[in-house]
Structures are given as structure tokens and as C-alpha cells.
Write a protein that binds this ligand. Structure first.
Ligand SMILES: [Mg+2]
Length: 215
């Protein structure tokens, strides 16, 4: 099916194209405790830890594994699988639409996912910073993930001169809310999308392959 009102489809990654939250999976994959990571994040969210302190603790947690370097992380990201219908769905959509990724995950992961799916345009809310030996030394994270995605949307629209009224978004979480408000067509995915997102959604699907009936 070809939806003539839509030209561009923007995808979230975590929970949308993959089943996991890549932040916690990354911590597990490096060999550190994702419970400790979740604890640091909860203390940051509640205001107990400032952003610089929380970030420093998380970087130390990652560095303590000895695996927080670019080659290790890139190989790990390549080994992660997307949802089993992600490739076929994206391949189908790419034939008729411009497809882009906008994710709250780290940039190296989003780049790997984009390469796997053959998607040229991708935006990540978190930038990893490496030293000259490709060891991870810092990252830039934005607490307001939803607003950051909106900034990326504006950048993307300007880059190609896109008509915003012909863009759709596919997502599952709170970081997608601003895009769902801004764009005329929002598809919520998953067994249990974020409630506010579902309320804003044009449609909700449980499997990615159902997108082939919409677009
Ligand atoms: Mg998500």
C-alpha cells in the first residue's frame, strides 16, 4: 500500500525497531551492572544526583570493565539483533518513502542500526566522546529527550526541504511525544506504548510488519 499523504517516515529505535533499552543493554554488554546503572539514572531523575555527578558515575562504571572503547562497543552493537520483522518492514517502506532514525540512544549504536538497515539519515540524542586511542571518556546527554528529537526533526526538514505535513513518526516512548504532537501522523508500536503517546497516536500496532498495511 502506498499512502499518498506521506513522504517521510521517522523511526525511534529502542523499543520500536529493537526490543530493548540500549542504555541498560550497553552496560550489561560491557560487563557492568545494569542495576547500578538504573540506580544512578533514578537518582539523577529524582534530583539526588546532579547531571555531572551522575554522568561521571556512569562513565566510571563503564570504564571499570576495561571494555569502554570504540572497537569493543561497535562490535557489540553489531551483534545485537533488531526485532525479527524490522528488516523486511524497513526494506518495504524504503521503496516508497524517505526513512530516517531519531533515537535517544548513543550515536555509535544508532549509526550501526542505520548501517544494518541501509538508512542514510539518522540522529542520536547522545554523543559519545573518545580519546585519541578510542577509549570512551565522556558523553553529551540531553535530559529532555523529546525536545532534542524535535530539534533533530527541524534539522532534518531543513536539510531536505521536507513538507512537515507529509511526515509520519513511528515510536513507543516518552521521548517521541514532541514528534507525535508536531507531525500529523503518529504510529505507536509495541505491546504497551507509553500511555500519553498512545493517546496522541493516529494508530497503534503491536508488530512492525503491520506498518505495511498502513503505508
Ligand atoms: Mg523508544
Amino acid at each position: 500500500m502506498r499512502n499518498k499523504e506521506i513522504e517521510t517516515i521517522i523511526f525511534d529505535v529502542d523499543g520500536t525497531l529493537s526490543d530493548e533499552i540500549s542504555w541498560l543493554k550497553l552496560t550489561d554488554g560491557l560487563g557492568a551492572s545494569s542495576e547500578t546503572h538504573a540506580q544512578i539514572f533514578a537518582e539523577f531523575k529524582s534530583g539526588m544526583l546532579s547531571y555531572p555527578v551522575a554522568k561521571h558515575k556512569l562513565i566510571l562504571l563503564w570504564q571499570s570493565t576495561g571494555n569502554a572503547n570504540k572497537p569493543y562497543m561497535e562490535e557489540m552493537f553489531r551483534s545485537w539483533r533488531l526485532k525479527d520483522d524490522a528488516h523486511e518492514t524497513i526494506n518495504y517502506l524504503k521503496r516508497s518513502y524517505r526513512v530516517c532514525l531519531m533515537s535517544g540512544a548513543v550515536d555509535l549504536y544508532v549509526k550501526v542500526v542505520a548501517e544494518k538497515l541501509g538508512i542514510v539519515d539518522w540522529y542520536a540524542n547522545t554523543e559519545l566522546i573518545w580519546d585519541e586511542d578510542e577509549n570512551l571518556i565522556d558523553f553529551h546527554y540531553f535530559a529532555d529527550q523529546s525536545r532534542k528529537k524535535l530539534e533533530h526533526l527541524n534539522e532534518y526538514v531543513a536539510k531536505y526541504g521536507l513538507d512537515i505535513s507529509r511526515c509520519a513518526v513511528v515510536g513507543d516512548g516518552d521521548s517521541d511525544i514532541a514528534l507525535f504532537r508536531e507531525l500529523p501522523y503518529g504510529i505507536a508500536v509495541n505491546k504497551s506504548p507509553y500511555p500519553e503517546l498512545e493517546a496522541l497516536a493516529t494508530k497503534t500496532v503491536s508488530r512492525l510488519s503491520q506498518l505495511k498495511e498502513i503505508f
